[in-house]
Each structure stands twice: as structure tokens, then as C-alpha cells.
Design a protein around this ligand. Structure first.
Ligand code: AKG
Length: 251
């Protein structure tokens, strides 16, 4: 028995993404939320989880937008990602064993910004294998007001649509309308690294936290250590930055 049905795998192949309502129970989602609070509440120190900040659209204050690379330091997330049904579902989508590539939580706190239209491959992921699949788990419910993911079904089949390291334009995406994927807490959305997506800002008074776990197929190799070493050179966590350098791109 698979985690996903044949119809779900076929829908993923057709659309480039798959929404799985209730992938995690309310109790499991509450546990993930507690682990997320542990990460966000921990002090910002060099050499630990990578914390990134943005400027709030509400009052200009410095607010947490993302934590990355926490799996090595957190037993709960390590278990969730490597040993439980998530890795198995992604393996079913790849058609072979999946290997962890990257882990992050986007916080989108009140006043947090949205994400312009892009394909994840545009952030140079093709250096680390031909295809990646990300499992998004909604820690909090996502809505039009707090910035749900929005997808373009089927366009993952068209390869790279725009330029590397630059948002997609309307011409790149054929002026098509994005489809919002609103989630309850515990829902999962799987999408591949060529699936165009975007999201709006959080205009509510509550956080919209989502977990992104990205894998590649085992046959493509294990690139996680090299990816994070390269990323550390080009886009280190805020606490480890050179104040005289400009770090422009945020994906
Ligand atoms: O969390 C979101 O709203 C979208 C995030 C996203 O597209 C990204 O991090 O590449």
C-alpha cells in the first residue's frame, strides 16, 4: 500500500503539484507547530539554524521570515522528514527513493511579504540534480488574506520559463491565472522544481507558517551538504552576514 493513490500520483504528474488535505492530523500539526515555536524562540546564533529576517509592511520592524537547515539540530523534524510517511510519499512521486535536499520554514508573520512568481529551479537548483520535489506542510491554515501558495497547473512540463535568479513575468507564464491552494493546518502540497508558483503578503494579524521539505531522487546523488555550503557563501543567515555586502535574492 502506498501513501498516495495512483490517481494522486497521476494528478501530480499532470499538474506539477498535488494538494493532500489532512496529510497530518490536528494532533500531529500541533506537534509540528510546537517544534516550530522551539526553533523560532531559540536565540539567533552563528553556526545553528539559519534565521532570515524581513521588514514588516505594518511598522517597518525586523521580523523573522524564514529558518533553514534545522533538520540536523532537531530530533522532531529529523524524524518527520527522514523516517515517516513524508519521504515515502515523495519517493512515490519520484518513482524511486528520495533524498533530503533542503528544509525551511517560511513564517510570513503579520506584515510579512509575499513571493513573486517563480520556479524553484531558478535559484540554481539544477546544479544539484535535474529535478526536486518539495513537500509543503501547512503548520497554520493558509488563506487569500495570509498568502496561500498559488500554482499554475501543467506549466512544469515547459522547462525553465524565464531567466535564472529573476521572477517570472506575465509573458513567461502566458498571462495565465494562478490557482490558489488554500490549506488547513496539517495539509500537504507537493510540487516540483519547475512548477511556477507565487503567494501574496500576510495582511492578517496572525502568522502563516509553512514547512518546506525538498528532496531529490536518490539516483541523482546527495547534494545537501554542497548546496548549503554554497548557499552559506552567497546568502548566509542574517547573523553571519558581512554588513558591507549586499545580499539581494531571497529564494
Ligand atoms: O511561502 C510562500 O508563500 C511561498 C514560498 C516560496 O515560493 C519559496 O520560498 O520559494
Amino acid at each position: 500500500m502506498g501513501v498516495l493513490s495512483a490517481a494522486q500520483v497521476a494528478a501530480f504528474q499532470r499538474d506539477g503539484y498535488l494538494h493532500v488535505p489532512g496529510m497530518y492530523s490536528a494532533a500531529e500539526a500541533a506537534e509540528i507547530s510546537g517544534w516550530t515555536d522551539e526553533l523560532s524562540g531559540a536565540p539567533e546564533v552563528a553556526g545553528k539554524d539559519w534565521k532570515y529576517f524581513e521588514e514588516s509592511a505594518v511598522d517597518g520592524s525586523r521580523i523573522l521570515c524564514r529558518i533553514e537547515n534545522f533538520v540536523p539540530h532537531h530530533a522532531g523534524f529529523a524524524g518527520l522528514i527522514q523516517t515517516e510517511r513524508m519521504a515515502q510519499a515523495v519517493s512515490e512521486l519520484f518513482g524511486e527513493e528520495a533524498v533530503l535536499f533542503k528544509d525551511k520554514i517560511n513564517f510570513k508573520l503579520p506584515g510579512g511579504d509575499g513571493f513573486r512568481s517563480h520556479q524553484d529551479v531558478q535559484a540554481g537548483w539544477d546544479t544539484y540534480g535535474p529535478l526536486h520535489i518539495t513537500a509543503m506542510i501547512a503548520i497554520d491554515a493558509t488563506t487569500a488574506e495570509n498568502g496561500s501558495l498559488e500554482m499554475l497547473p501543467g506549466m512544469h512540463k515547459q522547462g525553465l520559463l524565464g531567466q535564472m535568479w529573476a521572477p517570472l513575468t506575465d509573458d513567461d507564464t502566458g498571462h495565465r491565472d494562478f490557482v490558489p491552494v488554500h490549506c488547513r493546518s496539517g495539509d500537504a502540497v507537493f510540487f516540483d522544481s519547475y512548477a511556477p508558483h507565487k503567494s501574496g503578503p500576510n495582511t492578517t494579524g496572525r502568522a502563516r507558517r509553512v514547512l518546506y521539505i525538498t528532496y531529490n531522487a536518490a539516483s541523482a546523488g546527495d547534494h545537501r551538504a554542497r548546496y548549503y555550503a554554497d548557499k552559506h557563501k552567497n546568502f548566509p543567515p542574517d547573523v553571519e552576514r558581512d554588513p558591507d555586502r549586499n545580499y539581494a535574492y531571497k529564494v
